[in-house]
Design a protein around this ligand. Structure first.
Ligand SMILES: [Zn+2]
Length: 373
């Protein structure tokens, strides 16, 4: 089986240009939390090691693996895990689909199968509870059955999860991972969920971005906000999410996956004000330059990037190299990832970047490579 991520990392780790080349990717220790935000320019996924060899995968995208003629798309998250020696069938304790958009969902069906144990046990598949299980079925029934479409593939994953009692629609205050209990759902909001019970509601009415699963991680001294593609909206967006939750900085530095690729419409300053009460936040932005994803222009928005670059402890961007020329950027799409790791009981995050990930800014106190926060 050929590798994809290790050769990229190897290049950087032996590079003479980098003042502080990052360490080669490895499995975190049992007492470490690690967050890996990965993507090419048109997709994103997050891997979270919550301790003791247990992993959660949030969203999926495909990478091309193999030599020229034998190249095949493979789900990036499970590929990465295999390369650092993880047995996905054993160690992936849950998969989250934040919302059914191609840049978060491509390859999900195959990835779900890759995480099935030899005895046929699937991990839970967490999906937005803005639709009930039967409404998700209705949603897929109303879609085209063309195998070239994303919904065709997603329906397979949803059906298999449902048949195995592993399809879990989640809403605000749901908690993920059973006994591991360290990920809290803070969206879909109660107002978004009320809609599904209304007589005139159709499953296709639910806007995927406003239905996104937003997660809050708290594990020992590690905390993180995974903003999915959530945007601003008075009932379903950030304003309402903050009204309905009591996340707080707890004196720590918080890792934030910036919502919706850093678009202008998803930027909500009160989120980041929350983290002023702690040690500040580390921002990870995923670039998106795919017009098929519904974005007219490449994201992140310049002003949003500048905001985080000036307010955060450090800001990183993952995706194709900076170019607003969509056609050009598409041809240079490669993988990159940001790794943030910390001992569960320590305060500092250790951040490293690989591949197409870049540092937009880091606080003056932190020299070299990526840094400690
Ligand atoms: Zn989206």
């Amino acid at each position: 089986m050929s590798n994809h991520f290790l050769p990229i990392a190897e290049k950087i780790c032996t590079s003479e240009e980098g003042e502080n080349p990052p360490p080669a990717p490895s499995h975190p220790a049992d007492d470490e939390v690690e967050i890996i935000v990965m993507g090419p320019g048109t997709g994103e996924s997050i891997l979270v090691h919550v301790g003791d060899g247990n992993w959660v995968i949030i969203d999926c995208f495909n990478i091309q693996i193999g030599e020229k003629k034998a190249r095949r798309p493979r789900p990036a998250p499970t590929q990465y895990l295999r390369e650092i020696g993880v047995d996905c069938k054993e160690s992936v304790k849950g998969i989250v689909l934040t919302h059914p958009h191609r840049d978060h969902a491509a390859g999900l069906s195959k990835m779900f199968d890759e995480c099935m144990s030899p005895s046929g046990e699937y991990p839970p598949l967490y999906v937005p509870g803005v639709l009930s299980e039967s409404q998700w079925k209705e949603y897929f029934d109303s879609e085209t059955k063309d195998p070239r479409t994303l919904t065709y593939h997603l329906e397979h994953a949803f059906n298999r999860a449902s048949e195995n009692n592993k399809l879990v629609p989640v809403i605000r205050s749901s908690r993920l991972l059973g006994d591991l209990d360290c990920l809290q759902v803070i969206s879909p909001t109660s107002k978004a969920v009320i809609k599904r019970g209304q007589a005139d509601f159709r499953p296709s009415d639910a806007n995927p971005n406003f239905s996104s699963i937003v997660l809050w991680l708290e594990k020992g001294g590690a905390q993180a906000l995974f903003g999915a593609d959530m945007e601003n909206h008075p009932e379903f967006g950030w304003e309402q999410i903050l009204k309905e939750t009591d996340i707080s900085a707890n004196g720590q530095s918080t890792f934030v996956k910036i919502p919706h690729h850093g678009s202008d419409g998803s930027h909500h300053e009160p989120i980041y004000d929350l983290f002023k009460e702690g040690k500040g936040y580390i921002a990870a932005i995923t670039r998106n330059n795919n017009p098929r994803g519904g974005h007219r222009q490449a994201l992140p928005d310049e002003e949003t990037s500048e905001y985080h670059a000036s307010k955060s402890l450090s800001t990183y961007k993952v995706g194709a190299q900076a170019s607003t020329d969509v056609a050009k950027a598409k041809s240079t799409v490669r993988t990159g990832w940001i790794s943030a790791r910390k001992k569960i009981d320590k305060t500092e995050w250790e951040v490293q970047i690989y591949g197409t990930a870049v540092t937009l800014t880091r606080s003056a106190a932190c020299g070299g490579g990526a840094g400690r926060f």
